[in-house]
Ligand binder design. Sequence first.
Ligand code: ATP
Ligand code: MG
Ligand code: MG
Length: 305
Amino acid sequence: SLTYFNRFKEMGVIGSGSFAHVALCWHKKEEKFYAVKKIRLGVKELNSQAVQEVRVLKKMNHPHVVTCYDTWCERGFINSLTHENSSATASSNKSSSANIPDEEAFCQYIQMEFCPLTLREFLDRYDFSQGNFVWQAFEQIVVALDHIHKGGVVHLDINPRNIFLDFEDKVKIADFGLAKSTEKSTVGPISEDTSYSCSGQPGTGVYRAPEVLAVAVDETKKKKISEKADMFSLGIILFEMWYKFGESGHERIRVCTDIGTDRVLPAEWSKAHPRQASLILELTATEPSDRPSAKQVLEQLRNHS
Ligand code: ATP
Ligand code: MG
Ligand code: MG
């Protein structure tokens, strides 16, 4: 049975990677919006990644992790807007989606709460007078990471495009597509895939910890990866939350790369933001064990206020 089109009216594609699309969907019975992620299955590596994403997401139940309502598999079109049983929709969308390759495939569907804004979009529009909100949002990210790590999971793709704000400006961490279990006993530990270096988004590499980047070159380095990899990403995000970049994305990537590789912060900015600067340097320490845990960062934040 066609769960997808029976249950939802697809309103449009809100995000896409190479093997997944996320659509804004109207739940006909509940009369509510959801975000539905469709991951194309078939290739072995994609299948295990999708299984892992679903497994981790279902296990997470936290106010600052995106809520997953249902998951299922069915045959469908990745870019299904053109294939709904309505000829009007089909013809009106023909031209706009003509350049998107569209094949029928077996897909993994993930029904999630719809979040209207990514942290990336927020930061690009951000008004710097709202300093309190920024510390609040940062704390919520740390609370979510603490929960994720306590559950024996490393996210491994923490970046501002995978962190969302909901309608109440609450932080929600999403996209567990690269997440790994830290417990040796469970299925799917840091394992047989090379996805650490893969990313659909240019510049995502700046959020990756040195030990994660090293795996792309030398597979034997996997054992060094722990939840501290997410803490490195958090350090880069903290910087981005407080530093006003120019218009070009190049500057952002260059400055963030300098922090990650040489641990150099812009001098003027550091003087004006000593509290942020020292926390960023701790979080981006080259040696994972030198980085504070999410729990330790939370203690630090709470002692301060
Ligand atoms: P990428 O590799 O580009 O990160 P992905 O295949 O891992 O993509 P996601 O990051 O889960 O997929 O989703 C891709 C995009 O879809 C997001 O960047 C965002 O724009 C949108 N999106 C995902 N989940 C949601 C959600 N719950 N609410 C609103 N938009 C979402
Ligand atoms: Mg993503
Ligand atoms: Mg992803």
